[in-house]
Design a binder for this molecule. Structure first.
Ligand code: GTP
Ligand code: MG
Length: 459
């Protein structure tokens, strides 16, 4: 067991709720709980049957604080791997605070952020990538992100890392043999095998990185910029998608100045919608800054919704915008469909290529179902793949896989140039170490602390 202290925290979020949970973990969890929770059927949790709920009450100086249930999870078969007791009382901040105070008076210390999960990691209950997945589950913003985090928690990423490292170990061992017995034929044979092995590892790491871009999107949301000329109806579109009056809509061109961000979900995919200032030439300083921001949002966007006022002929700014959509994930939204249409659809098609076009009336809400359907089609593979394939959703992991891949590339280069075996080995060991950092097999304490500081208290 790694720690001698017993920690306690309120595990449920602050605020009022039906139930609130106090979590206690450590060598003295049972004694701490005994000092404050009086179970009806037993005198002490030392007598308790593990994993069974006991009804009772929390008592402070002979006064009943609240009644509730408590469960004892015996080491090592608990979340942290230590003795854990969870006390469920009513979700009253006052009752929870008093109960937590009692645990501290009985010898527990307040848990720091993520300390329960950190103990689980240090006691070998979870590897580092699984511990991080716990955080990702808590923070998941959509069903795709959740299913990916669940798959990391159940060890999909750990298995990928283990297989990769096993293959690397295998290659390193083969190379060691050629170093020890440098007969020529042995080396030729081994080089061919090493080449194949390296290429397999290279392929699987590159494929994982490619999918990781998708991973970021399902986790943080598809950054979706709503852009177009002033008065095209961008803010009206935002409001229609959100089904609330979020952005100011007026008939004065140049109403929106600052970029407004709001999240919605289409299918299982979260979108971060950015309503932006209308694109035009202007002398107004504030508006100009807004337009700069609009352009920046557009550059950074994963998806562009180009709003065109269908009731007027296309203007210079429309044409510029439409031509910039080629090769990007985008959609043209012909707005004001309730008015006679003047914009030339044929020209729009010529300017944009294969970008889908949807006609709507943002003001009256017609065509919104078709728009949502089109958005779903654009984003559906993001949702579909999420359940099946392994993604990286964590930047730390992406960075480590990149570094491992670079090391593999260097090893391939050395092999091509017939460098001595130990030159290749150095890079393979580097790749092996980097992969190990994902699961926490080769990391230092400081990094571990940094990772767990991102957690919430009580987890
Ligand atoms: N008839 C009609 N009018 C619309 C429609 N959508 C928006 N409008 C009107 O067009 C005007 C401009 O709408 P906004 O949503 O503010 O346009 P915007 O693109 O955000 O404009 P800026 O913020 O100035 O860039 C308002 O008077 C809206 O009521 C529509 O579908 N039909
Ligand atoms: Mg606006």
């Amino acid at each position: 067991m790694y720690e001698e202290t017993t920690i306690a925290a309120i595990a449920t979020p602050p605020g009022e709720g039906g139930i609130g949970i106090i979590r206690i973990s450590g060598m003295n969890a049972v004694d701490v709980a005994d000092a404050l929770f009086h179970a009806k059927k037993i005198h002490s949790f030392h007598e308790a049957e593990p994993y069974r709920m006991y009804f009772g009450h929390v008592e402070k100086d002979g006064r009943k604080v609240d009644e509730g249930l408590a469960v004892y999870m015996k080491a090592p078969h608990s979340y942290t791997g230590e003795d854990v007791i969870e006390i469920q009382i009513h979700g009253s901040m006052e009752a929870l605070r008093e109960t937590l105070e009692l645990t501290l008076e009985s010898g527990a210390v307040p848990a720091s952020r993520g300390e329960f999960t950190k103990r689980a990691f240090l006691n070998g209950r979870l590897d580092l990538s699984q511990a991080e997945a716990v955080m990702d589950i808590i923070e998941a913003k959509g069903s795709a992100a959740l299913s990916q985090a669940e798959s990391h928690l159940s060890g999909a990423l750990s298995r990928f890392v283990k297989e990769g490292r096993d293959e690397l170990t295998d290659l390193i061992t083969k190379l060691e043999v050629t170093i020890d017995y440098p007969e020529e034929d042995l080396e030729d044979l081994t080089n061919e095998e090493i080449g194949r092995g390296l290429s397999d590892i290279e392929k699987s790491l590159s494929a994982l990185l490619k999918r990781s871009e998708e991973g970021r999107i399902i986790k943080d949301g598809l950054r979706t910029a709503i852009v177009g000329r002033p008065n095209a109806g961008k803010s009206s579109l935002l409001n229609a998608l959100l089904q609330e009056d979020r952005a100011i809509v007026t008939d004065i061109p140049g109403t929106t100045r600052d970029t407004i961000e709001e999240s919605i979900k289409i299918g299982g995919v979260p979108l971060v919608l950015m309503d932006t200032a209308g694109l035009r030439e202007t002398d107004n300083k504030v508006e100009r800054i807004g337009i700069e921001r609009a352009k920046k949002s557009m550059e950074q966007a994963d998806l562009i919704l180009a709003v065109i006022d269908g009731s007027c002929p296309l203007e210079k700014e429309d044409r510029e915008l439409l031509s910039s959509l080629k090769g990007r994930k985008a959609m043209v939204i012909l707005n004001k469909y309730d008015l006679p249409q003047e914009a030339d659809e044929e020209e729009i098609r010529n300017l944009t290529g294969s970008v889908p076009i949807v006609s709507i009336s943002a003001r009256y809400g017609s065509g919104m179902d078709e728009l949502e359907e089109a958005l779903r089609r654009l984003t559906e593979h993001q949702d579909r793949d999420a359940g099946r394939e392994l993604f990286l959703t964590n930047l730390r992991h992406v960075d480590l896989v990149k570094k491992a891949l670079e090391a593999v590339h260097r090893a391939q280069e050395s092999l091509r140039n017939s460098m001595p075996a130990d030159c290749i080995t150095v890079d393979l060991v580097e790749a092996w170490n980097r992969m190990g950092e994902i699961t926490g097999e080769t990391v230092d304490n400081e990094l571990i602390n940094q990772i767990f500081e991102r957690f919430c208290v009580g987890k």
